[in-house]
Design a protein around this ligand. Structure first.
Ligand SMILES: Cc1ncc(COP(=O)(O)O)c(C=O)c1O
Length: 433
């Protein structure tokens, strides 16, 4: 029968994507925008996007390369692959070459393709970033949540990894570790990384170390997992967070020579899907990864602002009764409001989703429930991204404030006012007003 405009097609969704909804972070952003259109004053602490502009020198490089129009090699522009390897050598002391690097349209896509090409079960700490588990679901892959606790700042413990290895002998594992961590803002010390690497090595587990926030370690002290597990860690990173360029869609993956077959297989899938990242963006990214004094100053001020603001927000939430650690990197907090459970239940709130819904309704503060990160529905955890301020203005003001002085509360009120205000609203609401 010929198809006409009125023919109803019986279109079945693939079983792996039935019930799949847009990522929780994007959904809260759309919901916040819809409420704003209705005239509500919304504090957007839902979406984790860098508040800072792309450094001017990198923007200039993009302008200068607007004419680049050819398809680039699937694995990435050779100069960029060299620049990324050079960056990892310079910043992390990891001996890698351009041939160890793969460029993709965001590290999210690279992580997805890696999950696709590697015949292994995924294991990830709970809480973890919203995307890893749905990616495994889309691919129909098994995945295991590894428990962590608020008392241990939600960090994966070596004993937990060891238990996984012992309980599943003969299973190949892809262990996802992300630090500084989205959603917790915590990082790992060298000893902790060393201990995790030893367990992974014992069981032949491959680590996918998502270090997209590495440059946003608040003390500039990030150390790559590849330093501890050089033969078994793939490190993903990119421009999105430290360079304020999420919308540019450029991610990187750094492979050890022992895992080049995974790099080649990922590139083969890339060649049949996205082909290559946009040429002007790749040329401009060379400038970003080469670094230099202007980028160092930009990063220094970015970290300084995030550190002061993150600590301020965490302290205020602690005073309001939440269990939350002072952040060490990135721009997230993951407060646990279990100490206030009785009062929350008294207000008819029984899950983290209720909690976020009511907070948004009553105060206009948008954040994400712990469930989006793999936590149990009845646990009162939420993730907030303390980035709803004008980063360009804050950077300019911070560079006028002598380095010897910490950024004061007055600075935060003046330049990150919307975030400070959102936290005050949340604290007042927790106290029942
Ligand atoms: C932990 C984590 N990994 C990866 C990404 C993806 O970054 P990209 O923009 O490189 O795809 C994000 C973005 O929010 C993230 O939070």
């Amino acid at each position: 029968m010929p198809l006409t405009e009125n023919t109803t097609l019986a279109v079945l969704l693939h079983r792996n994507v039935r019930g799949l909804r847009p990522s929780a972070t994007l959904a809260i952003n759309e919901r916040s925008n819809a409420l704003r259109r209705q005239g509500r004053d919304i504090y957007k602490l839902g979406l984790g996007q860098s508040p800072f502009p792309v450094p001017p020198t990198v923007v200039e490089a993009l302008k200068a390369n607007a004419h680049q129009k050819d398809y680039l090699p699937v694995k990435g522009l050779p100069e960029l692959r060299e620049a990324v390897a050079g960056y990892h050598r310079r910043i992390h002391g990891i001996e890698r070459e351009g041939e160890d690097v793969l460029i993709g349209p965001g590290s999210k896509e690279l992580i997805f393709l890696l999950q696709l090409v590697f015949e292994a079960a995924l294991a990830l700490p709970s809480p973890s970033w919203v995307t890893y588990a749905p990616q495994a679901e889309i691919l129909g892959k098994p995945f295991y949540w590894l428990p962590t606790s608020a008392e241990e700042a939600w960090r994966l413990q070596p004993e937990t990894l060891d238990r996984l290895g012992r309980q599943h002998p003969g299973t190949s594992f892809f262990i996802l570790l992300n630090y500084p961590c989205n959603p917790t803002g915590q990082t790992y010390s060298p000893d902790q990384l060393q201990a995790l690497a030893e367990v992974a090595r014992r069981y032949g587990m491959v680590m996918l170390s998502d270090e997209i926030y590495g440059e946003l370690d608040h003390e500039a002290a990030h150390i790559s997992m590849a330093s501890f597990y050089p033969e078994g860690a793939i490190v993903t990173a990119g421009l999105s967070k430290w360079c304020g360029a999420g919308g540019w869609r450029l991610g990187t993956a750094l492979f050890p020579p022992s895992l080049h077959h995974l790099l080649d297989a990922t590139a083969a899938v890339a060649s049949e899907t996205f082909t290559a990242v946009s040429a002007p963006i790749q040329y401009a990214a060379v400038r970003a990864f080469e670094g230099g004094p202007a980028i160092d100053r930009y990063l220094h001020q970015s970290r300084r602002i995030l550190r002061a603001l993150g600590r301020h927000c965490a302290r205020r939430l602690q005073e309001a009764g939440a269990t939350v650690d002072l952040p060490e990197g990135a721009f997230y907090l993951f407060p646990d409001l279990t100490p206030l459970a009785e009062s929350l239940r008294g207000r008819g709130i029984t899950s983290s989703e209720d909690l976020c819904e009511r907070l948004l309704e009553d105060t206009g503060v948008a954040m994400l429930p712990g469930t989006a990160f793999g936590r149990a529905p009845e646990e009162f955890t939420v993730r907030l991204a303390y980035v709803n301020f004008d980063g360009e203005q804050a950077l300019a003001a911070a560079s006028e404030t002598p380095d010897a002085l910490p950024l004061s509360q007055d600075f935060l009120k003046a330049h990150c006012g919307r975030t400070v205000e959102a936290i005050e609203r949340m604290c007042a609401w927790l106290h029942g007003s």
